[in-house]
Design a protein around this ligand. Structure first.
Ligand code: SF4
Ligand code: SF4
Length: 450
C-alpha cells in the first residue's frame, strides 16, 4: 500500500475536512521530476519552490498527512496559483493539476476563514451577483451609467480611490466596460442560417459576457449563421460556474452546472458552442463536479461535455465559408490557458487566421504563458498579474503586430489593459477575439445585428 494513500478520514485537526479534497489517485502521479517548474508563471517570476506546481502538490500532501495546517501559508501559495494548467502541458506523468488545485481550494473555501472584507466581497460577487441574471443585469446597468456619465473618469482621475482599501481601488480601475445593448436581450431567440441549414447549434452566452462582451457574442452568432448554422440561444442558461470552480465554491458550481445541463440537453443540437475558453474548459469538465456528489447527474454532465465545442474548434472542423475580404495587417495570437492547456486547442484558431487573405501572421514568443488574467486573478492577485502582463506586453512589442488576437474574454480585458497603458503608439494596436476578426473578414460587423 503506498504510504500517501488517502483513507477518507481527517487524520489530525490540521488535515482536510469532509468533502471533496485532493485525491491520492491524482497527486500520486507526480514523480517530482520538476519538468513543470519552468512552465509555471509564478515559479518563473519568483523562483520559489512553494510557488511551483511540484511545491504546491507537496504542500497538498503535507496537509493531507496533517503535517501542514490549512492556514495562511498554504492558502497564500494556493491562492497565488493561476490555475492556468501550463504545468499539465509540461508534465510527462499526466498529473491533472487543475483537479488538485480546485479540490484544495474547495477545502480552503470550507475550512479557512478569510479576512472579513475579502469574505464579504467574495460572497457578494460569487453568490450574490454572478448566479442571478436579474441582479447581474441590474448591476451592469448601474455600472454602465457610472461609466458613460463621466463619473468614472472623474473618480479615476481624482484622489478618491486612495481612500479605499487597495483591493477595492483595483476593482474600480479594472471594471470591464458595459456595452449597449446587453446580449441578455437575445436569450430565447433563434438566429436562422445564411443560406441553407447545415447545422443546428446552441450558443452558450456566458454571464458577465452578456454585458461586457455583448458585441463579441453578436459577432459569434453572425459568423456561425454565415457558416450555415441555425443558432439557438436558450433562455434558461446561466453562469457556467467556472469562476466558482476556480475559487473552490463547488456546491454553487454544481447548482449552476445542473441548470445548464438541463437547459442544453433539453433539445438535440449538433454542437453547443462557446466563445470563452474559461467557460468551455469547465463546461467540458462538468463531470468532475459530479464524481463524488450528486452522481445521478454524472452521465448527463458527460453528454453535455461531449457536445461542447469552442467556437474556433467548431469552425476549424467544418467546411468553412471562405468568402473573406482581404485584411492587410500584421497579426499575432496569444493562447488562452484554458484553450491551449486545458482543452489542448492550439491549431484551430491559427488555422482560421491562416484562411484570412492578406493577414500576415507572426508567432508570439511564449504565447502559451498566461497573460495574468485568469478569471478574477488580475484583481485579487494584482501584483503578480501585472508582472505577467509586463512580460507579455514586452513580447507582443517584439512581434510588431498591430492586431493582437486571442480567444477568451478575460484575456481580451487583460491585453487591452496592457495596450492602453502603453500610450499612444500602443493604442494603435487592436486586441480582438479571433471570431471578431473573422466577422470583419466577412464584412459583417458594420453595426449590424442579425
Ligand atoms: S496552474 Fe499555472 S500557476 Fe498554477 S502551478 Fe500550474 S503552471 Fe503554476
Ligand atoms: S512535471 Fe509532473 S511529475 Fe514532474 S514535478 Fe511537475 S507535476 Fe510532478
Amino acid at each position: 500500500m503506498p504510504s500517501l494513500e488517502v483513507t477518507g478520514e481527517v487524520r489530525c485537526p490540521n488535515g482536510y475536512g469532509a468533502g471533496e479534497r485532493p485525491q491520492w489517485d491524482y497527486y500520486s502521479k507526480c514523480i517530482h521530476c520538476g519538468l513543470c517548474l519552468n512552465a509555471c508563471p509564478t515559479y518563473r517570476e519568483l523562483g520559489v519552490e512553494m510557488d511551483s506546481p511540484r511545491g504546491r502538490i507537496y504542500q497538498m500532501i503535507q496537509v493531507e498527512r496533517g503535517r501542514l495546517p490549512l492556514r495562511e501559508s498554504f492558502v497564500r501559495h494556493i491562492d497565488l496559483c493561476l490555475d492556468c494548467r501550463a504545468c499539465e502541458t509540461a508534465c510527462p506523468s499526466g498529473v491533472e493539476y487543475g483537479r488538485l488545485v480546485e479540490a484544495a481550494r474547495g477545502q480552503i473555501e470550507k475550512y479557512y476563514k478569510r479576512p472579513p472584507l475579502e469574505a464579504l466581497l467574495r460572497r457578494l460577487f460569487f453568490r450574490g451577483i454572478l448566479p442571478h441574471r436579474r441582479w447581474l443585469d441590474g448591476f451592469g446597468r448601474i455600472l454602465r451609467i457610472y461609466q458613460q456619465s463621466g463619473l468614472e473618469k472623474l473618480i479615476l482621475g481624482s484622489d478618491l480611490l486612495d481612500a479605499l482599501p487597495r483591493r477595492l481601488a483595483k476593482v474600480a480601475r479594472l471594471a470591464p466596460r458595459m456595452e449597449k445593448p446587453f446580449f441578455t436581450k437575445r436569450l430565447g431567440t433563434v438566429v436562422p442560417p445564411v443560406g441553407s441549414r447545415r447545422y443546428r447549434v446552441a450558443f452558450f452566452a456566458g454571464c458577465i459576457a452578456n454585458l461586457s462582451f455583448a458585441r463579441l457574442n453578436d459577432a459569434t452568432v453572425r459568423v456561425l449563421a454565415r457558416n450555415g448554422c441555425e443558432v439557438v440561444i436558450p433562455t434558461e442558461q446561466g453562469c457556467c460556474g467556472a469562476l466558482h470552480v476556480h475559487a473552490g465554491m463547488r456546491d454553487l458550481a454544481r447548482r449552476l452546472a445542473r441548470q445548464n445541463i438541463l437547459t442544453f440537453l433539453a433539445e438535440d443540437y449538433d454542437a453547443i458552442i462557446t466563445n470563452a475558453a474559461g467557460c468551455g474548459s469547465v463546461l467540458k469538465e462538468y463531470s468532475q463536479l459530479f464524481e463524488e456528489e450528486q452522481r445521478e447527474f454524472l452521465a448527463r454532465a458527460r453528454r453535455l461535455s461531449s457536445r461542447l465545442k469552442d467556437v474556433t474548434e467548431f469552425l476549424a472542423g467544418i467546411d468553412l465559408n471562405r468568402e473573406f475580404r482581404t485584411i492587410k495587417a500584421r497579426a499575432t495570437y496569444q493562447d488562452p490557458c484554458h484553450l491551449g492547456h486545458a482543452q489542448r486547442i492550439r491549431t484551430a484558431p491559427r488555422k482560421l487566421l491562416a484562411g484570412i487573405p492578406g493577414l500576415e501572421f507572426v508567432e508570439l514568443k511564449e504565447a502559451e504563458i498566461c497573460c495574468g488574467s485568469a478569471g478574477i486573478y488580475n484583481v485579487v492577485q494584482n501584483d503578480m498579474a501585472e508582472r505577467l502582463l509586463d512580460g507579455k506586453m514586452h513580447r507582443l512589442d517584439q512581434t510588431g503586430a498591430e492586431l493582437i488576437l486571442t480567444a477568451n474574454p478575460g484575456c481580451l480585458l487583460q491585453l487591452r489593459a496592457g495596450v492602453a497603458r502603453s500610450g499612444e503608439a500602443g493604442n494603435r494596436r487592436r486586441v480582438m477575439h479571433v471570431i471578431e476578426l473573422l466577422d470583419e473578414a466577412y464584412g459583417l460587423n458594420a453595426g449590424v445585428r442579425c
